[in-house]
Design a protein around this ligand. Structure first.
Ligand code: SF4
Length: 437
């Protein structure tokens, strides 16, 4: 374990744990591979985070480019604002998901990857349609732009809150008859199901350690922040690394780091330094804001607020209720994975999930970060908030921001709301204490 963890980082100094450095290296290497794809002869599939078929893509020696991740990277580097304006200049409305506009704007500005080199045009647009209509419209725009082969895996919505055998078979049939033939055609590589099994075995191993990390937040104090820290923990498993030996190694190292923090009774590591006393335990719904990610996290850090569970860390796969990729049923397991993504769950399922988190993670409150341009998450959030308050008796609150559009992050507003919310939690606690006395 690192000396850094044993000694404790100085206050205010950004901490880089070995797992973070490992992840940074993985991402950098992937961008090098992507931007070098034309020289190396590797084919590139563009696809989305929810429902991504990384294990399958790996079977065809293809590289995986995720436009949402490019938008996040540009958001965190404060470059997305100009890209969004560029897309709006080209006629894309203010209400459109800002990941889409950041992507379109990035393309218009030369499609430069975070490593400063131009991205190659994709050879295949691989759309797993998991509950968000924007995914479809987005790839229609890209298809017009690139004119490359496009294949869609249609995932039936869990409208009744369950997966039927028919739904699973429908997805498997598309994998067999549409998706795999398209991947074979584009890559020139023949499908080998044993190769897929091997990648799925790696996925399951990484998923075990990932879930252990998420569930470590049931401890008091929690050794992790499952929202702000959580977005780093989901990185490899939700993107181009699930199914690889590198991801297995990353989660093994991460688990070791968290286990060491837990053993010492430490709270999460934040960019401002180690979290002091854990005063509030929260469950958070909705994606984070990326353009002011550090400012946003700092507001929680300063109040001693730790997020113990979040729905956003389930957007690229829900693993903490038992699902694991299963090498013995390779295509069926890919179908189950896609069907179970958070964006494909109905509102009652989402409410149940949040209620479970509130209880099992002993949360003091429920907070929604409502994203202006993400309809997939935002629809029904007020209803969810009321329902969680009714079911748990814990106070809930609502703040608003955006994904990668810096115009919609009002620092003073959000800070004010959070401060009043923490006061509300204090009052509830005092009320409960006096009632018990
Ligand atoms: S609307 Fe939301 S879920 Fe859909 S692509 Fe945009 S961010 Fe993702």
């Amino acid at each position: 374990m690192s000396v850094q963890l044993q000694a404790g980082p100085p206050k205010g100094e950004e901490v880089k744990e070995p797992s973070m450095l490992k992840q940074k290296a993985l991402i950098a290497e992937n961008y090098e591979k992507l931007t070098g794809a034309r020289e190396s002869g590797r084919k590139v599939a563009s696809t989305y985070v929810p429902g991504n078929l990384n294990e399958l893509i790996l079977c065809f020696d293809m590289l995986n480019n995720l436009p949402e991740i490019n938008a996040i990277q540009n958001g965190m580097r404060k470059k997305s604002g100009a890209m969004i304006l560029e897309a709006e200049k080209r006629g894309h409305s203010e209400d459109v998901c800002t990941y889409v506009k950041a992507d379109i704007g990035m393309m218009a500005k030369g499609n430069i990857a975070p490593n400063g080199k131009p991205m190659p045009d994709p050879d295949l647009l691989l759309l797993s349609y998991t509950g968000c209509f924007t995914f479809m419209k987005w790839f229609e725009l890209l298809r017009d732009e690139y004119g490359c082969e496009t294949v869609m895996l249609h995932i039936p919505y869990e409208g009744d809150g369950r997966v039927t055998p028919n739904m699973r078979e429908y997805v498997v049939k598309q994998l067999r008859e549409e998706v795999i033939p398209a991947l074979e055609r584009v890559s020139g590589v023949k499908f080998d199901i044993d190769r897929l099994r091997e990648h799925l075995r790696n996925s399951a191993a990484a998923e075990d350690d990932f879930v252990w990390v998420l569930q470590s937040a049931k401890n008091v104090p929690s050794p992790i922040d499952a929202y702000f820290g959580g977005v780093f923990y989901i990185g490899p498993i939700f993107t181009a690394f699930r199914g690889t030996g590198e991801a297995v190694e990353y989660y093994r190292v991460l688990r070791g780091e968290i286990a060491a923090r837990l053993a010492r009774g430490k709270g999460p590591v934040t960019p401002e330094g180690e979290m002091g006393e854990e005063k509030y335990r929260l469950v958070v719904e909705g994606p984070p804001n990326w353009t002011h990610f550090r400012d946003f996290w700092k507001m929680f850090y300063e109040e001693g607020a730790v997020v113990v569970a979040s729905t956003y860390t389930k957007v690229g796969g829900v693993y903490d209720f038992g699902f694991r990729h299963d090498p013995d049923h390779p295509l069926e397991t890919l179908a189950d994975y896609c069907l179970g993504c958070y964006t494909n769950l109905n509102l009652p399922q989402r409410v149940e999930m949040i209620e479970t988190y509130m209880n099992e993670y002993r949360a003091d409150g429920f907070l929604i970060n409502s994203i202006k341009s993400c309809n997939s998450f935002s629809a029904g959030q007020l209803l969810m908030m009321r329902e969680i308050e009714d079911r748990t008796g814990k106070p809930a609150a609502f703040v608003e921001s955006d994904l990668v559009d810096p115009r919609y992050f009002s620092k003073a507003n959000i800070k004010n709301r959070l401060e009043s919310y923490f006061q509300m939690i204090d009052q509830k606690r005092q009320g409960a204490a006096s009632a018990a006395a």
